[in-house]
Design a protein around this ligand. Structure first.
Ligand SMILES: [Zn+2]
Length: 97
């Protein structure tokens, strides 16, 4: 599957309506709502999928692989997170301003 380069994308924390995060392909902006992650029961998302790091990796994945379905992104995010160490996770956090 074709992977996109996110060099020209901006990644920010901010308010998102109705979701943990969003990927705007026109503006090339990934926005993640940090405050939403305090309420883990939101949107019927299972606990394992509702951590902040999960959302960051998830939204990155949407931007990198625009053709992936929501189901694929969820599955791949879980697999990726299992392989990621502390350093790699910190790197993902540092992408967001
Ligand atoms: Zn998604």
């Amino acid at each position: 599957m074709e992977k996109r380069d996110l060099k020209t994308w901006r990644r920010v924390f901010g308010k998102v309506k109705g979701a943990f995060g969003e990927t705007d392909f026109d503006k090339k902006v990934i926005k993640v709502d940090r405050s939403k992650h305090k309420n883990k029961a939101l949107y019927n998302v299972p606990k394992k999928d509702s951590s902040l790091i999960n959302t960051l990796v998830h939204e990155n994945m949407h931007a990198e692989y625009p053709k992936m379905t929501e189901k694929q992104v969820k599955k791949k995010t879980r697999t990726k997170l299992k392989k990621m160490g502390r350093k790699q996770k910190l790197k993902v956090y540092s992408q967001f301003k």
